[in-house]
Design a protein around this ligand. Structure first.
Ligand code: FES
Length: 223
């Protein structure tokens, strides 16, 4: 679980983020998100606005982005919401970072299917590079957290790094991905298994074989 306590509110934090305001691009996106909801329900856009704010902070800090309390207050003002309501959302969802993070946020799934398929080795690969749970490496490149199931169990083990998932990992494949990111390159996302496209069976099809060529109706064959 990622750090769920907010960064302390200090004069330095206020000095850096107290004047936070949208850049034009994020202002346009925020306006569009708010406009999706009926009159009186604009607060429903709170998750979108927190996400946009985190991304703008990321652009300004060359990191994945996070939510300093003055930025959370800014979002509250944008939606005429009590700050505590916005804070409740930000602290509940782990997609929101509450403390500064690195350029890349490496979230390794350690739940049972990933664990059975080798997530301990993926974690060890990260630790060899100085990553430790809940911390950012000294060079500011990596923030590491272990997380619960992210819904890619069929291509376990997997990690999410910023907005992308990398699946069917081995220590060697994980090393190659981290090396590419460190060089500023964009590695192939999704499954890393050669010849596999998404989460289709890794070997020959063993179930629902009649569905290969057509949308076969199995219901008449049920006992
Ligand atoms: S257990 Fe890792 S993605 Fe589901």
């Amino acid at each position: 679980m990622a750090e769920r306590s907010i960064e302390p509110d200090t004069p330095e934090l206020r000095a850096r983020w107290g004047q936070f305001a949208w850049t034009q691009g994020w202002a346009d996106k925020a306006k569009a998100a708010i406009a999706r909801y009926p009159e009186g329900r604009q607060r429903s856009a709170v998750m979108a606005l927190l996400d946009y704010a985190q991304r703008q902070v990321g652009e300004e800090t060359n990191t994945q982005g996070w939510l300093p309390i003055p930025v959370i207050e800014f979002v509250a003002r944008e939606l005429s919401m009590p700050v505590i309501r916005v804070l409740e959302v930000a602290t509940f969802y782990t997609m929101f970072n509450l403390v500064p993070v690195g350029r890349y946020h490496v979230q390794v799934c350690g739940t049972t299917p990933c664990m059975l398929r080798g997530s301990d080795d993926i974690i060890a690969t990260c630790e060899k590079r100085g990553m430790h749970h809940g911390h950012t490496t000294k060079d500011g490149l990596w923030t590491f957290t272990e997380v619960e199931c992210m819904g890619n169990c069929a291509s376990a083990p997997m990690v999410q790094i910023n907005d992308d998932n990398y699946e069917d990992l081995t220590p060697e494949r994980m090393d190659a991905i981290l090396d590419a990111l460190a060089r500023g390159e964009q590695p192939k996302t999704g499954t890393q298994e050669p010849g596999r496209h998404t989460v289709e069976p890794a070997g020959a099809l063993s179930t629902l074989t009649a569905m290969v060529d057509e949308n076969h109706d199995y219901r008449g064959e049920w006992a």
